[in-house]
Design a protein around this ligand. Sequence first.
Ligand SMILES: C[S@@+](CC[C@H](N)C(=O)[O-])C[C@H]1O[C@@H](n2cnc3c(N)ncnc32)[C@H](O)[C@@H]1O
Length: 257
Amino acid sequence: MDMTKLQLLPPIGGAIISIGLGTASALLGQLAIRTWIGITPSLIWVFIGSGIISAVLGHVFKLPKWWIPVNFAFPIAAYLSLSASIPSWVYLMCFLTLALVYWNAAGERVPLYLSNPTTWRALDNLTQQHSGAFLDLGCGLGGILFYLAKRHPQKLYVGIESAPLPFLFAKARQILTHQANVDIRYGDFWKQDFSAYSTIYAFLSPAPMARVFEKISQEMPKGGTFISNSFAVPEIQPKDIITLEDSRQTELLIWIF
Ligand SMILES: C[S@@+](CC[C@H](N)C(=O)[O-])C[C@H]1O[C@@H](n2cnc3c(N)ncnc32)[C@H](O)[C@@H]1O
């Protein structure tokens, strides 16, 4: 198999191929054991084997790390759910819910995961002296925005989100809490004008970073600050990197324009 071509696929393509190959190899393994040894391994062992092979293939195909446990669990979960008699609408509802939450995982290669409270506090320290508006690119559930907005009622905190369920959650929170200095907008951040913000925060993935940085450097006003949680911009060194004392040793990379 041509690995360079595989690495050009979005991760979902690599995951489908590795799970397909993993399951096919495990079924062939079951056939071989039955033919040569005369024992038929039960299907649960076949699917556990499939999970292990799919996870190893995911690693070989250089999928992002978070796909490896998905590759392992998917064949086992598929087997367990097929052997339990769950009505088909339950699968449809689960699929729709996941699709509405992880809307950007396949296309943008940015799934939903959330900045932790240690990061919120660090962002508060870093941005206290900034006078203009704050933008969270892909704000998820809006945790950062509400935390900062409560502490700085005189400043505006804007979040843009295109995944329907996280957007609805953040919007509902804004309406219910009456937090007037939070503005949650539905939409694609590529179509937004960044010129109104003095601070832009992003916690995305490696995939969009070069393009995000290019857009920010073209549109952000002079003196503006861009903070990226964890993900570097290829070939462009940040002005500063702050390592947080949380369990994942989060790095905040900072550029000033
Ligand atoms: C890793 S989450 C971070 C959420 C939040 N900023 C935080 O730090 O807790 C990234 C979010 O960006 C959203 N996203 C990705 N691409 C986007 C785009 N082009 N426009 C708007 N939102 C996007 C995803 O749906 C996801 O909710």
